[in-house]
Design a protein around this ligand. Structure first.
Ligand code: CMP
Length: 147
């Protein structure tokens, strides 16, 4: 069924000029870019977005990374968008992705476990939360999808 998911091109992706490439791949794989915007995240916003990771040892370095430059936030739409975007991104650890999933986005533009270039929602619930986190104006669309 048609779903929406939240994708983020992280600071390394934007600074490394991977945006056009990623956009092209996304469209090639049948996603529609439903909404997008560039934002400079501050610490409070990243803390709240990644709240589930707040107790992890890498949290402070994640905050530093995600605030190091602007990010491109996108709502992607297609059939099975959540799982398909995760598959297209490849494994979290970009250094491993280079070996096991060489054609994935993280293999191409990511570096390691942290600097992995892109984010994607991991479930229906997180997609809903993450889309509304950045695009409050989509609350009606998101609600309609889960009728
Ligand atoms: P993401 O899928 O956006 O979700 C949480 C992010 O935290 C993850 O991508 C990485 O950028 C980062 N991350 C996850 N695990 C680690 C780790 N072990 N060390 C450093 N950063 C991590």
């Amino acid at each position: 069924k048609t779903e929406k998911t939240l994708a983020i091109i992280k600071p390394d992706g934007l600074l490394g000029n991977y945006t056009d490439d990623i956009r092209r791949t996304v469209v090639e794989y049948g996603f529609r870019i439903f909404k997008e915007k560039i934002v400079q995240l501050d610490e409070a916003t990243v803390k709240s977005f990644y709240a589930e990771h707040s107790s992890k040892s890498f949290f402070s370095s994640l905050l530093k990374y995600m605030t190091s430059g602007p990010v491109l936030v996108m709502v992607l739409e297609k059939d099975n968008a959540i799982a398909d975007w995760r598959a297209l991104m490849g494994p979290t650890d970009a250094s491993k992705a280079k070996i096991t999933h060489p054609h994935s986005i993280r293999a191409k533009c990511g570096l390691d476990m942290q600097k992995n270039c892109v984010h994607g929602s991991d479930s229906t619930e997180s997609a809903q939360r993450e889309i509304l986190f950045f695009f409050k104006e989509l609350s009606a669309d998101v609600a309609a999808e889960h009728d």
